[in-house]
Design a protein around this ligand. Sequence first.
Ligand SMILES: Cc1cc2nc3c(=O)[nH]c(=O)nc-3n(C[C@H](O)[C@H](O)[C@H](O)COP(=O)(O)OP(=O)(O)OC[C@H]3O[C@@H](n4cnc5c(N)ncnc54)[C@H](O)[C@@H]3O)c2cc1C
Length: 581
Amino acid sequence: MQHKYDVLVVGAGGAGLMAALYAAKGDVSVAVLSKLYPTRSHTGAAQGGVGAALGNIAEDHWEWHMFDTVKGGDYLTDQDAAEVFSKDVIEAVYELEHMGLPFSRTPEGKIAQRKFGGHTREYGKGTVERSCYAKDRTGHMILQTLYQQNVKAGTTFFNEFHVLDLIIEDGRCAGVIAYEYSTGTIHTFHAKAVILAAGGYGRIFKITSNALTLTGDLMSIYYRKGLPLEDMEFYQFHPTGLTKLGILITEGVRGEGGILRNESGERFMERYAPTVKDLAPRDMVSRAIITEIREGRGVGPDKDAIYIDLTHLPRETIENKLSEITDLARTYLGIDPVTDLVPIQPTAHYAMGGIPTTLDGECIANDQGDLIAGLYAAGEQACVSLHGANRLGTNSLGDLIVFGRRSGVNAAKFAKTVEYPPLPQGAEAGAVQLVKGLKDATGTENAAQIRKELQESMMNNVGIFRNGPDMEKQVGIIRNLKARYANVHLVDDSERYNSELIETLELGFMLDCAEAMTASALNRTESRGAHDREDFHSRNDEEWLKHTLAYQGENGAVRIGYKSVSLKGQTLSFEPKPRVY
Ligand SMILES: Cc1cc2nc3c(=O)[nH]c(=O)nc-3n(C[C@H](O)[C@H](O)[C@H](O)COP(=O)(O)OP(=O)(O)OC[C@H]3O[C@@H](n4cnc5c(N)ncnc54)[C@H](O)[C@@H]3O)c2cc1C
């Protein structure tokens, strides 16, 4: 079946819905394809808030926010992106407010703000309230608000449509190919412009805060076309996931005054980050937790967790401002944060890297910076390199609304100036073959087993602390898992809602993302932000102040290229300095 729209958006999370809304405002026909119902996208799980220097509680300025973003990213952040972001996110938050987003309020009725890790006043002098929140359900509210606005704007939704391929010919994108869950049929979507906003890929790790569907599909599809993925080695572990489960306990908990404690009850972050303590950036806190555990100061039956202590906070703060996480701790661990310490562990959380884009959301095709005409990307799956080597909490929701909007505006502008590109003959052949190949396969391997081995080995070999020998081993493991994947066998041959088929397709995408991550991490012989190498302990600006571009090569080889870091904003810039908190 064929469809035709001026602008197509893949993904209905915060980035996709913001992009679709602004494309629709540009007076073009817009459709959104999503493998989930839009309001089930992972954006809905975001608890803590969206960072913007509104200054509603204490003095704040976009310049301070830009500085924190650059410093938090360990100077790999592109400073032009950080400047655009820190300025634009203020307006974007007010825009959400005017669309009806029910933010929590100060007593005077302004948008309420709270502290978050790495966000400071006066260039690092102390913490500042910058995160705008709606209780601990901020992402849920963003998603509902943007979905309603899209319905109003007349955006067409294709829900439970799984994109399997991009149509790109001669450097021009002409649409996408998707598989419809309810019928098992393949659809061709012809478009003038396509915006990719398909989210992250935390599911390649065993312990993760990410939803089951975050499998890096579009990153892999991009990579399979010989196009680069940027900075895949930088993957953030959030310090506080519920022990063993990985379910997120928002940093807002520490923003409200929660304290991390080791076995002896010590507030150990005082030793690692004397100024900001528990509110140091996530990479530092995650490493501190793992160091405490490794040195025998962990808690729980396996001594592999740490406590977060809220018991000194008023019951009202916990039950009212942190109702979601209180509910999660009570439901999943049978622990009441009002009276008990909650055991936590770091959990795989956020991809700093992804599809490289310009500030306008255009996708970058190679080391020379050539673009793919008509193709845009935004959100967690994109890398405009706002987050550099480590993202600050609350900067992802801001990224979605700022760069989602820019992609939507620019895609619509582009679509208005061009004709439909020709649709290549047999554009759907690759996707048809992908599905048929899996359904007809007569191999002996089980996809669930391969996935389990991938998740466990990534956790062990490319997790919070990394070293050369373990990552070399992981390269071999992934190669072997890929070979086994080619020999997989499905038991379910149904046409409708074949979840085994879908999960097996997703596993193929995950293997590619893991391959690009491991190769990029092995190649970068320094420690920076979330990428911490035991065998190369320091940051090395002389050799490594550059972005990685990973390209899929022949037979599991990965070719590495580079892209320079933009060290200047439009008006401000910050010299790389060692990080001290
Ligand atoms: C538990 C949790 C809490 C968080 N809290 C915060 C916070 O407080 N503040 C903050 O700034 N950040 C937070 N983050 C990070 C932030 O929420 C995410 O980075 C962000 O929501 C990602 O949004 P997105 O629009 O890029 O993708 P998502 O919201 O993940 O949406 C992805 C979309 O892509 C679609 N899709 C994927 N693959 C396909 C395909 N092959 N075909 C069709 N559709 C596809 C899905 O259906 C979905 O609609 C949190 C993340 C998690 C996991």
